[in-house]
Write a protein of this length. Structure first.
Length: 110
């Protein structure tokens, strides 16, 4: 089988793209915002807060978890989720790098 086009990009580029893709849906942004408001939560709590089904919420949680934006721990028969600070810091650092380069250029684009 041939090489994937993603093989042409660094691990760092692929990681940032994965994080950005996970945040590319408003429901996932809403989930992250909700998790930041509470001190962890159970999946059913999220279902009560968003106008989406349990199955849809689970799919969004999986996408966020796969991107490393959230993590979960099993508590009884439920999973308690929270935002993964290391991933947020990585994204923050990437955005700060872009900002610093734009500031250093000192000119507007186009």
């Amino acid at each position: 089988m041939g090489a994937s086009k993603t093989d042409s990009f660094t691990e760092g580029q692929q990681a940032i793209a994965s994080i950005a893709k996970a945040l590319g849906h408003p429901a996932r942004v809403a989930i992250v915002e909700y998790l930041l408001k509470v001190d962890g939560c159970i999946c059913n709590d999220i279902v009560d807060k968003l106008p989406l089904s349990q199955a849809t919420i689970s799919q969004h949680l999986r996408a966020l978890k796969d991107a490393g934006l959230i993590k979960g721990s099993i508590e009884g028969n439920a999973i308690c989720y929270c935002v993964e600070g290391k991933t947020v810091k990585r994204l923050q650092s990437y955005i700060a790098g872009i900002s610093a380069k734009l500031t250093a250029k000192g000119t507007e684009c186009c």
